[in-house]
Design a protein around this ligand. Sequence first.
Ligand code: IMP
Ligand code: MG
Length: 182
Amino acid sequence: MKGDLARVLFDEATILRRLDEIAAQITRDYRDRELTVIVVLNGSLVFMADLMRRIPLPLRLDCLSVASYHGRAETSGEVIFKQIAVPDVQDRHVLLLDDILDSGHTLAAIREKLETAQPRSTRVCVLLSKKKTRARKVDADYVGFEIEDEFVVGYGLDYMENYRNLPFIGVLRKELVAGATR
Ligand code: IMP
Ligand code: MG
């Protein structure tokens, strides 16, 4: 699998060091609040597991499953929710966790849908944020790392469902990304 990468961006130790910092910040910010963490599956699973064990606060966990990719490396703009029920977050302080902020379609759609359940507040935490002009504006309150506009895999992130189990994050070789123009 490692041979499919152009280069490694963040090794495991670097990721975990950054999670220590973000978790400390989240712990300070949510000290006296009713925290509900909502995880966007599947890409954020590894990130979520490492992050939430660093937050020593009472919290609830809910998962959301969406699809917006249809197996290609470009986002389609259409975000399909795989479950009908929105998590019960009324009057809760919601922290949305996603693996990566790219076009913004996914998080913007999830944020909108969650607002219908009337949370007290909503913040967004992403492990990675691509430096690019987004199709939809999403302000992430906590960002692990800013990266260039390249296709990355590992540490939960996939390309066509592969590479999620790599313990580090790397850039996939361009020729392996179908229809890649960048
Ligand atoms: P957005 O809707 O374009 O912001 O894309 C968000 C989702 O697309 C993420 O949750 C990922 O599942 C996926 N995604 C975007 N960029 C990448 C990437 O570089 N590698 C792997 N998945 C990505
Ligand atoms: Mg994802």
